[in-house]
Design a protein around this ligand. Structure first.
Ligand SMILES: Nc1nc2c(c(=O)[nH]1)N[C@H]1C(S)=C(S)[C@@H](COP(=O)(O)O)O[C@H]1N2
Ligand SMILES: [Mo]
Length: 559
């Protein structure tokens, strides 16, 4: 029955390993408890999400672009895994430290709680100090657990003293622990104190119970956080999109070329690129959703419900959306059929005048439920183009990822200055008075989409057979329209590509070029000319501050 007795104090590797395990369990408990508490506060207030969000808010554009390039739409998963990896490493280290300085380990855990709390309350969507709760409560739970678990290991003098045989036996763990910690701040923590033995049974019991309780808390938190989205999911299922009063003109037959591997003219919702700062996709219940329109020069402030919007005349339009972070040849562009309320009409009902007609506000700032702010020129929104508050995408209510229940769209402007998802507020203001989220991070205040063209096929480093090779892709210059696309092989002359029929000047155009490919290595380059007569510039520009420029080329080897 040796198991029931106290053992020699633990030392060396075994002590460190069990300390590390204690740290790991404490970290796990902290995250799990925080998850449970976040269900009572807000799902976004959990420490991992909050720290991830804070990291996104602070990531320099160059690093953000790099992350998007490396990981694409998985960038957020990679970020969260990275945070978990760092937390794991820190938990291991704190656990090992705690075997020597018990209180220091626990204080370390609490310090991470403070970091999580600061991150959560500092996010643009923070709803105040309550967002600190999950991190704080989780950290306290983790700190207590670490303190308790490491206490089971028994305390030991410095290794130089050699093993001691005095055993405190049954004199009470709490008393012995208190003394050990009292000494934690002195230079020789345990000098003059006897060693206490290690409580193997207590450790195993406590560790097992903590692991089980944490798993329970974590799963309960997950389930509760998930169920909060259920009313939103139900409200989306209930949406019946009314027939638009102004239908999109039918897409001309020749708009879609029959070429293998070319981007389809309409991008299906499931394939549509997604770019946003949300680690948790906001789940907004359409029945309680409201949009407020207010600010400078708004004579009649309004607050609209989703039903109010659906009762208004709806327009249906095909619009190609592009992200400013799209590199030359990149994937962040897509074309969809949107249904929504014409934004200019709504603004006029509120008494808004564009600055070109004497209105006092030149910037419209859209604010989302997750605290994103996106500023668009009022003149662009009201100049007759089909700027809209969209409720439908390709015949369906907006997918949650793309802004359900309502998002904004302004043809011709990059998404970060026009396409606010999960919108809940529109404020009329000036460019001088307010910098929205991305402008605060050095992106341009105004950003019309640059003329671009992309080779979809052949792919880079493809090995087509010599002879007839079909080169194809898409070109876009939203709200100006594409007039011409040219292809160049190596340093040869520019040859005009065949353009698919134009749908509207707000949509991209497919193009193709029948190439009689000779054997060998070749570089294919494409460039487009928009309807203002301007040809896409060869000059390379980075994505920041207002969009990449340059020509897309693809290197292939013809066999
Ligand atoms: N709430 C919110 N809206 C947002 C963003 C965001 O981060 N948060 N990103 C914008 C950017 S940069 C782009 S390019 C478009 C992308 O829209 P999509 O994800 O539907 O393709 O959404 C815009 N709207
Ligand atoms: Mo974007």
């Amino acid at each position: 029955m040796d198991d029931d007795a106290r053992h020699e104090p633990l030392r060396g590797i075994k002590r460190l390993s069990l300390g590390a395990l204690s740290g790991l369990l404490a970290g796990y408990a902290a995250i799990a408890v925080a998850e449970l508490v976040s269900a009572a506060v807000r799902p976004e207030s959990g420490p991992v999400i909050a720290v991830g969000g804070a990291a996104i808010d602070r990531t320099p554009p160059a690093v953000k672009d790099w992350a998007i390039r490396q990981f694409g739409t998985n960038d957020k998963l990679v970020l969260q895994l990275g945070i978990l990896a760092v937390l794991t490493a820190l938990a291991l280290v704190l656990g090992m430290l705690a075997t020597r300085w018990r209180l220091v380990g626990s204080l370390g855990v609490l310090a991470f709680g403070v970091v999580g709390a600061l991150a959560a309350t500092g996010r643009p969507d923070s709803s105040g100090v309550s967002d600190a709760l999950p991190s704080v409560v989780g950290a306290v739970a983790g700190a207590c657990l670490l303190y308790w678990l490491v206490g089971r290991l028994g305390r030991t003098g410095r290794a130089a003293h050699g093993p001691r045989t005095t055993n405190t036996g049954g004199t009470g763990v709490v008393e012995g622990d208190a003394r050990a910690d009292g000494g934690a701040t002195s230079a020789h923590p345990e000098d003059g104190l006897g060693d206490s033995g290690w409580d193997r049974r207590g450790f195993i019991l406590a560790a097992t119970a903590a692991a089980a309780a944490s798993t329970g808390a974590g799963l309960a938190g997950r389930a509760l956080n998930g169920s909060q989205g259920q009313s939103a999911v139900a409200s989306r299922k209930d949406v019946v999109l009314p027939a638009p009063s102004s239908k999109a003109a039918p897409v001309p037959k020749g708009a879609a070329l029959r070429i293998k591997d070319i981007s389809p003219f309409m991008t299906p919702n499931g394939d549509f690129y997604r770019v946003d700062t949300a680690l948790v996709v906001p789940k907004v219940d359409a029945t309680s959703w409201r949009l407020r329109i207010h600010g400078k020069g708004v004579a009649r402030e309004r607050t609209l419900s989703f039903d109010d919007l659906l009762k208004m005349p709806l327009i249906e339009r095909n619009i190609t959306l592009t992200c400013v972070s799209n590199e030359v040849g990149g994937p962040y562009v897509g074309n969809a059929r949107w249904i929504g309320v014409r934004l200019a009409d709504l603004l006029r009902e509120c008494g808004v005048q564009p600055p070109s007609k004497g209105g006092p506000a030149d910037q419209l700032v859209a604010r989302s439920v997750d605290g994103m702010t996106i500023g668009s020129p009022v003149d662009d929104v009201m100049d007759g183009r089909d700027a809209m508050l969209a409720v439908g995408m390709n015949g369906q209510p907006l997918p949650f990822e793309h802004g359900f229940p309502v998002r904004m769209l302004v043809p011709g402007l990059y998404g970060y200055v026009s396409a606010c998802k999960w919108i809940q507020d529109i404020e009329l203001t000036t460019f001088d008075a307010y910098d929205p989220y991305w402008v605060k991070r050095d992106w341009a205040q105004r950003a019309p989409i640059k003329t671009q063209s992309r080779i979809d096929t052949p792919k880079p480093f493809a090995r087509p057979k010599s002879g007839a090779v079909m080169v194809g892709g898409v070109a876009w210059a939203q709200h100006r329209g594409i007039d011409k696309v040219e292809v160049r092989v190596d340093d040869g002359p520019w040859e005009e590509a065949r353009l698919a029929a134009e749908d509207t000047r707000d949509t991209w155009r497919q193009w193709s070029y029948a190439w009689d490919a000779p054997k060998g290595g070749h570089t294919l380059t494409v460039r487009a000319t928009d309807r203002t007569g301007e040809t896409q510039t060869e000059k390379r520009a980075p994505t920041i501050p207002d969009g990449a420029s340059g020509w897309h080329s693809v290197v292939v080897t013809v066999d």
